[in-house]
Structures are given as C-alpha cells and as structure tokens.
Ligand binder design. Structure first.
Ligand SMILES: Nc1nc2c(ncn2[C@@H]2O[C@H](COP(=O)(O)OP(=O)(O)O)[C@@H](O)[C@H]2O)c(=O)[nH]1
Ligand SMILES: [Mg+2]
Ligand SMILES: [Zn+2]
Length: 298
C-alpha cells in the first residue's frame, strides 16, 4: 500500500501525488471507493501504484475537514487577507471570517496587505488593529506584495501545510499567491458550455509550496456567521472571550448577571471593536455599552 494526496480534481480527472516516489499519477478509484465516496482535492488516499501513470485508489483517509469553497479537504490554514486602505478595513468582515473558519476547523493567519500604501497616520491605524488581533491570540502579518514586506514571514507560516487564501475582492490575494508561488489563483468556479447547455464544474488544484500546498481557488470573500451556526455558538469562536469564566456557562455576554466578559470590556481588556463585532454578528444590542469609555456609538 502507498499513500498519496489528491492534488487535482477536475471532473473525472483525479491527480495523486505520492511523496514517497516524488511523482504524480492518474488516480483511479476502485470499486467500493467509487460508489461510496466522493473524492476531493486534499484527500489523503491509500492504494497501489499500478504502473508509471496509474494509482489505484483503494481508500480515503478520514478527513480533518472539508471546505466547500473551494472544495478542498484537510485544509490546515486560511490566510485571511485585509487592507487598511484600498479597500478600507472593515473589521466586521474579518471577524465574521475568523468565526466561520474557526468553526470549520481551519487555523487562520491574519494578513494586512498593501502596507506600502500607508502614511504615518494610517500606520498608526494598522498598528492598532495588529495589536487588537495579536492580543486576541491570532497570528498577524503585515505584508506588501509590492515591497515584499512580510512575505518571508508568510512563507514560513505556510511551510508544510495545506492552505487557502480568503478575503474581500481587491485586497491582494492573487498578488500574494503569485508572489509566493509564481502561479495564479482561479476565480472559484469555472463554467463551461456543454451540449446540454451551461453547466458548472468545480475544479481545484493544489499548488505545491514549500513542502505543503496552496489551493488555487480563493475561499470566502465575506460570510455571515449565523448562516453557519446558531447564535449561541458564536461566542465560542472569539478566543479572547474564552479566557473569562462567567457565572452561567451558557452566558451570551450581553446583560447576564455575573458576566465576566462584560466586566473585561468595561475594564478595556477586551477591545470594544471586537465586542461590537460580536454584537453585530449575533444581532444583539446592550444598553450598558454606551457607558463604556471610548466604546459608544458606531
Ligand atoms: N500598492 C499595492 N498594491 C497591491 C498590493 N497587492 C495587490 N495590489 C494591487 O491591488 C489590486 C488587487 O489585487 P489582487 O491580487 O487582484 O486582489 P484579489 O482580488 O484579492 O485577488 C491589483 O491592482 C494589485 O496590483 C500591495 O501589496 N500593494
Ligand atoms: Mg484574485
Ligand atoms: Zn458572559
């Protein structure tokens, strides 16, 4: 038995890379596998090397996760790209993405790209946000695909893992992937005409990178966490909230008695920007917030 990773899935075409041999093969799913399971890029497969070109797939290893956009299994990291300027930063979008990818079991790397564009004032703004996300426990890297700043750091972060890039349109996802790998990101789904009319195929490839892979299609550009999970679950995906133990274990951190998260917001330990994002995500309002210093209004 050999083990390989599916690095390309396009229609019926499956390409398997076998690290042991350092070679690519055409993957042919055998009997049981073909009927029972769908196979995705990122799948770790077991089977036999039949000849120089063919790998007979006999089994698929249990998946750590399976993303739908792009359709890739076993994604270790998502690089969530934002900018302070061009386009302007919207922390609510980033916070939603952080919640959703955490829920999906993918480790985020927070990237602020296009730092070459920032003047002194805007660099202060950048520093403020970098500080907020680092304090929350995230890995944060300011980058520029123009000047090269942060690119080596990002490269280190992606060594040996399967990763994808996500974030709003225009923030520089394609530019960063091109800078790192020399290859281009596809735009999600590829549509093609057939005799039956228009239909869409979802094809995806993993670009080999530093002992790991980068998905060649972008992840979500924006999401609403409540489309993925219950309102009660969102609080579990704000890592800085988990440091506090409230009186009630099901506390939503709104107006409950003995809420330690509220106390932490009032003391300024939890940044009010993050807490306000939380409220907006779960569509809640709390009257006490207007009393908190530097935290009122919107
Ligand atoms: N100044 C500057 N421009 C950048 C940077 N990265 C990307 N861009 C530009 O921003 C625009 C959008 O980049 P693109 O990679 O297509 O963004 P995507 O939509 O996220 O894939 C393009 O015109 C890029 O040349 C950067 O670090 N600095
Ligand atoms: Mg792009
Ligand atoms: Zn609470």
């Amino acid at each position: 038995m050999s083990e390989g990773i599916v690095v390309e899935r396009a229609g019926q075409k499956i390409t398997v890379f076998v690290p042991e041999e350092g070679k690519h093969y055409r993957g042919v799913p055998l009997g049981k596998v073909r009927k029972r399971d769908k196979i995705f890029a990122g799948d770790v497969v077991e089977g036999r090397i039949v000849d120089n070109e063919t790998f007979a797939i006999e089994g698929i290893k249990d998946r750590k996760n399976l993303l739908i956009r792009p359709p890739i299994a076993n994604v270790d990291k998502v690089v969530i790209v934002s900018t302070i300027k061009n386009p302007p930063f919207q922390n609510y979008l980033l916070d939603n993405l952080l919640v959703v990818y955490d829920y999906l079991g993918v480790n985020p790397v927070v990237v602020f790209n296009k730092v070459d564009l920032l003047n002194e004032e805007e660099i202060k703004e950048l520093d403020k946000w970098v500080d907020i996300y680092r304090s929350a426990g995230y890995r944060v890297i300011p980058t520029s695909s123009e000047s090269g700043e942060g690119i080596e750091e990002l490269r280190e972060e992606l060594k040996g893992v399967v990763s994808i890039f996500a974030g709003a349109s225009g923030v520089g996802k394609s530019s960063l992937v091109r800078e790192l790998t020399g290859e281009d990101l596809k735009v999600g789904e590829v549509s093609s005409k057939t005799e039956r009319g228009k239909h869409t195929t979802r094809e995806v490839r993993l670009i080999p990178f530093e002992g790991g892979f980068i998905g060649d299609a972008p992840g979500f550009s924006r999401v609403e966490a409540l489309n993925f999970m219950d309102r009660e679950e969102v609080r579990l995906h704000f890592p800085e909230f988990l440091r506090y133990e409230c009186k009630f274990s099901d506390c939503l951190h709104l107006e409950e008695e003995g809420c330690e998260v509220r106390e932490a917001v009032i003391r300024g330990e939890i940044p009010c920007e993050r807490y306000k994002s939380y409220l907006k995500i779960i569509k809640a309002f709390v009257p006490w917030l207007s009393e908190v210093r530097n935290c009122s209004g919107d």
